[in-house]
Design a protein around this ligand. Structure first.
Ligand code: PMP
Length: 284
């Protein structure tokens, strides 16, 4: 089964896909993206991802693009690849123009997509739980827009790997715990879940939203409020959430054990509920 790409209306094998060197995404990071995954051939929370894509485009004042065209391309990729568990990456840049900070009038957005099998989190890591470091959040103050400017995220992830950990957690200069390098974060303390509120400092994760609704339905106590690193270290359970991450327990942060240092029951329960929902092909 082939890994495929879509470039401005055309489908091709991934290795044949090219963009011009003066694409503003390449030169200025002037682009937005989405990553959508399928379960047994059904794309999970597709409309929510497309809503966020449009929101990101509005956030950067891009001209709107027809949603039905984007959807048609997504479905075509999914059909042609035939992957039951596909990851579809969509990137829209402002377009191509001679390099200039000022934006050329009439520039047309450039849409690219790729489809590949999802690179799953290893089962062993899910079972034993992940380790993380905290890093100061040096990103810009519009992290609610899903832009392709991921350098701080990438460097933080690499710093975690270089120090023998699995991921990094962004913390503000004032000590507020924000999110992972490609995930949102929840803590469980005395049976109550807490996650950072939706502000300009975190991405409004689709999985985060799904989990808030799952908690509501399951009568789990959940709140969106700020908390600091001390509260993070003292939590009974910590987990990261994302389209690929799903629900990933974190059992060690900055060398300290979280709770008993093993995967907790609430994290397991929420993971099971999310998987059930995704495999049933329902939006949360
Ligand atoms: N925060 C960041 C910084 C991310 O990159 C991601 C993954 N796109 C998330 C949170 C989780 O978002 P989602 O649940 O929509 O995948």
């Amino acid at each position: 089964m082939p890994d495929l790409a879509y470039v401005n209306g055309e489908f091709m094998p991934i290795e044949k896909a090219m963009v011009p060197i003066e694409d503003r995404g390449y030169q200025f990071g002037d682009g937005v993206y989405e990553f959508i995954a399928s379960y047994e051939g059904r794309l999970f929370m597709l409309e929510e991802h497309l809503d966020r894509l449009e929101r990101s485009m509005r956030g950067l004042a891009f001209d709107p693009i027809s949603r039905s065209e984007i959807k048609a391309a997504i479905f075509e990729l999914a059909k042609c690849s035939g992957y039951p568990r596909a990851g579809i990456y969509i990137q829209i840049s402002r377009g191509t123009a001679p390099r200039n900070h000022a934006i050329s009038p009439g520039i047309l957005p450039q849409v690219i997509m790729t489809i590949r099998p999802v690179k799953e989190i290893p089962a062993e890591l899910r079972e034993k739980g992940a380790s993380a470091i905290t890093v100061q959040d040096t990103r810009w103050d519009r992290c609610d827009i899903k832009t392709i400017q991921l350098l701080a995220n990438s460097l933080a992830k690499q710093k975690a790997l270089d120090s023998g950990c699995d991921d990094a957690i962004f913390v503000s200069a004032q000590g507020v715990v924000r999110e992972g390098t490609s995930s949102n974060l929840f803590i469980v303390s005395d049976g109550r879940l807490t996650t950072h509120p939706l502000t300009n400092n975190i991405l409004p994760g689709i999985t985060r939203a799904a989990i808030l609704r799952i908690c509501e339905k399951a009568n789990l106590d959940v709140e969106e409020s700020f908390f600091d690193t001390e509260t993070l270290y003292r939590a009974d359970e910590v987990f990261l959430t994302g389209t690929v991450t799903e629900v990933l327990p974190v059992v060690r942060i900055d060398g300290k054990s979280i709770g008993d240092g093993i995967v907790g029951p609430t994290t397991r329960r929420i993971y099971d509920l999310l998987r059930k929902q995704a495999l049933a092909g329902e939006s949360a």
